[in-house]
Ligand binder design. Sequence first.
Ligand code: AHM
Ligand code: MG
Length: 336
Amino acid sequence: HMADAHRTDLMTITRYVLNEQSKRPESRGDLTILLNHIVFGCKFVCSSVSKAGLAKLLGLAGETNVQGEEQKKLDVLSNDVFIKALTSSGRTCILVSEENEEAIFVEPSNRGKYCVVFDPLDGSSNIDCGVSIGTIFGIYLVQDVDNPTLDDVLRSGREMLVAGYCMYGSSCTLVLSTGGGVNGFTLDPSLGEFILTYPDIKIPKKGKIYSINEGNARNWDEPTKKYVEKCKFPPDGSSPKSLRYIGSMVADVHRTLLYGGIFMYPGDKKSPSGKLRVLYEVFPMSFLMEHAGGQAFTGKQQALDLVPKKIHERSPVFLGSYDDVDEVKALYAAEE
Ligand code: AHM
Ligand code: MG
């Protein structure tokens, strides 16, 4: 009976990744193990995020715990958890975290063939008010395991193998692409397992929502100004788009992926490269968008074609529904 099948035959994320692995006979399961460690990190952070409001209420934040350590801030805690999970997987050699100035080279005894770039807890301005925040990650294959260098992560986004994010929202949702389609999994707290809930996500070709921090409008370039004006006053007389902006990239991108539309963090007069970081914000989200049938543009090129020169480099980004991003591209092309 179908209903029973649904309840007892769940596609967990581990089962999904194992299935993917079995399609590649040469694979030895290293990626499966690495992803399992990332999933553990996401569960840990999810649980900490959901307890954080309570801890604050009880006055625990900033106090010392049994070991006499200061209670760690959520972003620091998340970073520590991911670094421990990733190094102990034995499958990584270079880690780039938004929280660490320098790249981390895993010691040879723990080393594996993957490089992981990540933002352990993105959307910091939303932490203290309980609004959705998230983790973003991307995975590269090192070129020479015995000799990892920064060049292994200073590569185009096209060379990324896997990208994903986990959103800590009204539920905990992990969205992943291993290079094929994009799939979304929701954490079942009673099982402690991520279950496939959004199989093969495809972003609508055109959307009805635009998402941008409009407070920066006076510093925008012409194409951004013109595009946002078109969203509000469509020249063809069609209905205007709705504005939604959370200020948490993971949440804004997740909504864009599911409902369609466009998310923008442009460059402006004050910060020509915008705010978002290429390696662990722009690339993974652009990778997911392209694999879901959307696109991502920097104002100059497809975002995945960028090759960063520094690990914390920033770039403007316009990503989302194919047709909506095309309109932005046309406005930039007309500038030249
Ligand atoms: P953070 O790394 O300090 O959290 O900043 C990144 C966040 C993104 O999640 C979000 O898209 C953006 O900053 C919002 O920036 P702004 O407040 O300038 O609109
Ligand atoms: Mg960030």
